[in-house]
Write a protein that binds this ligand. Structure first.
Ligand SMILES: Nc1ncnc2c1ncn2[C@@H]1O[C@H](COP(=O)(O)OP(=O)(O)OP(=O)(O)O)[C@@H](O)[C@H]1O
Ligand SMILES: [Mg+2]
Length: 473
């Protein structure tokens, strides 16, 4: 009797304990709060709490509002935090409450046509976002051996790129240019005219005014329909600029994993690097190359490597990253690092832009490392011929323009001089006009068919004389 009683009491006790156990799991571990001990510039120091790098902490300000921050480093018992939003009303010993680990991005087809900020909140007036799927801001690694190789070209709708610097699906390109030479317009053209299924645009660290201009004037309704714009302009916190770039990449990854061909346009990679520099210097990392701490050069490939082809049966992310280069400063460490990690670059030339040639693509200095894999040998040959004509002219430009070159001295130069107007016309493309891949190649063949046959110099001379006469008239 007594045994039965003890057995029942024991069973009840175990059930009660199990219930308490499962209830307590629902509430999770208790949160250990800390206090704010120091604030210098945008860096906050907190003591007394523990949270891993990348976790979120809320700091309670003097009027009881929460300022969201992220853990960016630690030293001894202190955590270094950076705000992800506006900071105001912080006081010494303010409460610091760790909230959650890591950051997620909300994704879904609902994102199409929307403009969001670095935290994923809508900036347009199209109501709240209804995307439900969550993916990690940091992305997930792809085994390099599992990636499908780049074999197919992607039509970007720009003749000079399609014909002379063809881009493969899954390729990562740099768009190198100084300020005001037409990067934004060129990115806009690609957004509107590309055959990619989805375009994700990251506007990182550029002027705030330009966001509206890009969305309304350069993209327009047509461009926006299959695009997602993530904007983290210059006045947003450095952390938000980093997050903006990572978020755009996460969104591109989501669509790639749905089997779509995605075009990711990031303007600009330089501003992303500068945001990382601000953070790293603020938490005490020593500057190395031209004021950039080493972590900047670690961050760049982390971001860029996320683009590219996925594993079998997934889609692709073809990416363009703009890189600012001023004058002929090829020693710029960011431009150098970018050149090394990207699969090619397109250079916009100020000299062409100044003479009114848009898009101002310097075909001599632009290369796509995957041209042999994605084009036919005939197309490759035409590309090389065209480049040859262009660079021959460029090399002798000074002589030609001062009249020091005597026509007839060198048939190859004569040909380059004669072909120059057609070559420039080929590069030039109105921003409201699209040229698809096949047309680009056909037009290239057509231009080259006008070069004349070098075995018949008299024909060349005749044409040259005619040209010169026309020039005088
Ligand atoms: N395809 C084009 N056709 C005609 N004009 C163009 C074209 N591309 C660029 N432009 C002219 O060049 C100007 C600057 O272009 P854009 O704003 O794209 O330069 P950017 O390199 O993005 O400049 P920033 O460095 O200031 O961001 C435009 O306002 C426009 O007048
Ligand atoms: Mg611009």
């Amino acid at each position: 009797m007594a045994d039965a009683f003890i057995e029942k009491a024991g069973r009840d006790w175990m059930t009660a304990l199990a219930r308490i156990g499962s209830e307590s799991r629902r509430y999770g571990k208790p949160v250990v709060e800390g206090v704010l001990t120091r604030m210098v510039g945008l860096t906050l120091e907190a003591a007394g709490c523990q949270a891993p790098i990348g976790a979120r902490c809320d700091v309670v300000n003097s009027v009881g509002e929460r300022v969201e921050t992220e853990v960016v480093g630690f030293s001894g018992g202190s955590l270094y935090l950076m705000p992800t939003s506006e900071v105001h009303g912080l006081v010494p010993n303010a409460r610091v409450i760790p909230t959650r680990h890591g950051s997620d991005v909300l994704v879904g087809p609902e994102l199409l046509g929307r403009v969001i900020d670095g935290r994923g909140r809508p900036l347009d007036d199209k109501g709240p976002l209804r995307a439900r799927n969550k993916i990690a801001l940091q992305g997930k690694e792809i085994n390099p051996l599992a990636r499908t190789p780049i074999r197919e070209e992607l039509d970007v709708g720009v003749r000079a790129i399609n014909a002379l610097c063809p881009i493969g699906r899954g390729q990562r390109m740099g768009l190198f240019a100084g300020s005001g030479v037409g990067k934004s317009v060129l990115l806009g053209m690609m957004t509107r005219y590309t055959e990619a299924d989805i375009v994700v645009v990251g506007l990182i660290g550029e002027r705030g005014r330009e966001v509206k201009e890009f969305v309304q004037e350069i993209l327009g309704e047509q461009g926006l329909q299959k695009a997602v714009v993530v904007a983290a302009p210059a006045d947003s916190s450095p952390l938000m600029r980093i997050h903006g770039a990572m978020q755009a990449t996460s969104i591109a990854e989501y669509f790639r994993d749905q089997g779509k061909n995605v075009l990711l346009l990031m303007d600009s990679l330089t501003r992303f690097a500068q945001a990382q520099r601000e953070i790293a210097l603020a938490i005490g990392e020593p500057p190395a190359t031209k004021g950039y701490p080493p972590s900047v050069f670690a961050r760049l490939p982390q971001l860029v490597e996320r683009a590219g082809n996925g594993a079998q049966n997934s889609g692709s992310i073809t990416a363009f990253y703009t890189v600012l280069v001023e004058g002929d400063d090829h020693a710029d460490p960011i431009a150098d690092a970018a050149r090394a990690i990207l699969d090619g670059h397109i250079l916009l030339s100020r000299q062409l832009a100044e003479t009114g040639v848009y898009p101002a693509i310097d075909i001599e200095a632009s290369i796509s490392r995957l041209t042999p894999q994605i084009t036919t040998p005939e197309h490759m040959g035409m590309t090389q011929n065209f480049r040859g004509l262009y660079s021959l002219y460029q090399q002798n430009r000074d002589l030609i323009s001062v009249g020091a070159y005597q026509p007839g001295t060198d048939p190859a130069i004569d040909r380059a001089v004669r072909m120059h107007p057609q070559i420039i016309d080929f590069i030039r493309q109105d921003m409201n006009q699209s040229v698809d891949f096949d047309d680009s190649r056909d037009q290239l063949a057509q231009v080259l068919s006008q070069t004349g046959d070098e075995d018949q110099p008299q024909v060349v001379d005749a044409l040259l004389a005619q040209d010169l006469k026309q020039g005088e008239g």
